[in-house]
Write a protein that binds this ligand. Structure first.
Ligand SMILES: *Cc1c(COP(=O)(O)O)cnc(C)c1O
Length: 452
């Protein structure tokens, strides 16, 4: 009998799981190692992995592996399970739906939950104008559709994106994404009519928001031309690109310019959306009202769903049948989204994100004050990061970053890295994480950076 044939705990996931960090083996333990061997023989080597454990259950603020280790989750499956893993409302909604029907294709025979998700998105996204939504499966798919919508509505083709941007891995979104390794290398040719301009990156460029906006707009006007430009696409706070928070005034500067020049302003809120940054959408905190908002990750408690929401006249511009897909707005994902949205609102998770953010900032700022390798502490709400550099410079220290992340994993804390230079450690806890657990993880992070 191999280890894999032995029964593991029958425990369910969700917030009832013991909320503790518990290591009963080294990481990875023997059962995870057996699965890693099978994985290597069965799964494409190009599919990456961050933490070398296999998951058995998750909930609240922990992930339990097949060896019985309980890890503190500061990743939320990349900002997805903001409502917590196996969140009770989501589980109940999906269980009820899965017994009624699993799929009809909304464009073949529609159902209520798709419409209700669109109504909720139209209500929750910034702007009090008339809106429409359309549902898809992944963030990348929704970004592509936002570009299609902007092109159909403006009869123009060019799209402007920013340095360090991440918008996905499909062909168009690879073109929109900045970082070559690992996202683009060897995968070209890429889609045309995509133009990249500099972002506001206060730690590196020293510019005010207005100055950075002017620099970007000058390049757009001189090198692209508004008469060709369908859309400007931007993450209000960059995700994979390094959790870069633009200087005040940058986003309104770009949005105002776009909107007064007939250019569709698209906010990619795939990572920042759904209470993550302390408000339902990050756009609210920067005083911008996008024409189109793209959402995914946090939307449905872990079920695959994404959306484009925006001005009715833009959303209705494309020909009937021009938007859609077999699975877009699948009924299981839609009821999960309704349950997740109810949870965000009823449990006031945006306020919780704010409180978690204050805890994180307090500890990480103290760390920065006495460790010059921590060049910057930045973020909003429960989306926070440290940028690690050679002391006294802005030169990235990717090796240190990777050491810290690995050491955290060995100690039973899931953290993710990001940044074009792979020198940023990002924290994205589930918004349901108990504060004691977050505090323990932050203490470990501080100790680990100091010791690394
Ligand atoms: C993750 C992400 C995407 C892509 O979403 P997928 O669901 O992985 O396709 C797009 N934009 C941003 C900002 C993201 O963080």
């Amino acid at each position: 009998m191999t280890l894999l044939d032995q029964p593991t705990s029958t425990g369910r996931g969700g917030p009832e799981l013991p909320q503790e960090r518990r290591l009963v083996t080294e990481i990875p333990g023997p059962r995870s190692r057996e699965w890693l061997t099978r994985r290597a023989a069965a799964v494409s080597a190009a599919v990456g992995e961050t933490v070398p454990v296999f998951v058995q259950a998750a909930g609240g603020g922990v992930v339990v592996d097949v060896d019985g280790n309980s890890l503190i989750d500061l990743g939320s499956g990349i900002a997805v399970v903001g409502v917590g893993n196996a969140a009770p409302r989501v589980v109940a909604a999906v269980q009820e739906q899965v017994e009624r029907f699993t799929h009809t294709c909304f464009t073949v025979a529609p159902y209520d939950s798709y419409v209700e998700v669109c109504e909720a998105l139209n209500r929750l996204t910034p702007g009090d104008f008339e809106k429409r939504s359309a549902l898809f499966n992944s963030g990348a798919e929704a970004v592509e559709n936002a570009v299609k919508i902007a092109r159909a509505a403006t009869h123009k083709q060019a799209v402007v994106v920013f340095d360090h941007a991440y918008h996905g891995r499909t062909n168009l979104t690879m073109a929109l994404t900045a970082k070559n390794q690992p996202y683009k290398n060897g995968f070209g040719p890429f889609a045309p009519e995509v133009y990249r301009v500099p972002l506001s990156y206060p730690f590196r460029d020293g510019l005010s928001g207005a100055e950075a906006a002017e620099r970007a707009i000058h390049l757009i006007e001189k090198q692209v031309g508004v008469q060709n430009l369908a859309a400007v696409l931007i993450e209000p706070i960059q995700g994979e690109g390094g959790f870069v928070v633009p200087a005040d005034g940058f986003l309104p500067g770009i949005a105002d310019w776009a909107q007064s020049n007939g250019v569709v302003f698209i906010a990619d809120e795939v990572q920042t959306g759904f209470a993550r940054t302390g408000t339902m959408f990050a756009s609210e905190q920067f005083g911008i009202v996008p024409d189109l908002v793209v959402t995914a990750k946090g939307i449905a408690g872990g079920l695959p769903l994404s959306a484009v929401t925006g001005r009715a006249e833009l959303m209705d511009a494309a020909q009937k049948g021009g938007l859609g897909g077999t699975y877009g707005g699948n009924p299981l994902a839609c009821v999960a989204a309704l349950a997740a949205i109810e949870t965000f609102e009823q449990d006031r998770l945006a306020d919780r994100a704010q409180r978690l953010g204050e805890m994180i900032q307090q500890r990480l700022r103290a760390l920065r004050a006495d460790d010059p390798r921590v060049g910057d502490v930045r973020g909003r709400g429960a989306m926070q990061a440290i940028e690690l550099v050679v002391p006294g410079t802005t030169e990235p220290d990717a090796a240190l970053t990777s050491r810290v992340a690995q050491r955290m994993h060995q100690q039973g804390v899931i953290v993710l890295t990001c940044g074009t230079d792979s020198n940023v450690i990002r924290l994205l806890p589930p918004l349901t994480i108990p504060e004691e657990l977050l505090a323990e993880a932050l203490d470990l992070l501080v100790e680990t950076v100091r010791a690394a």
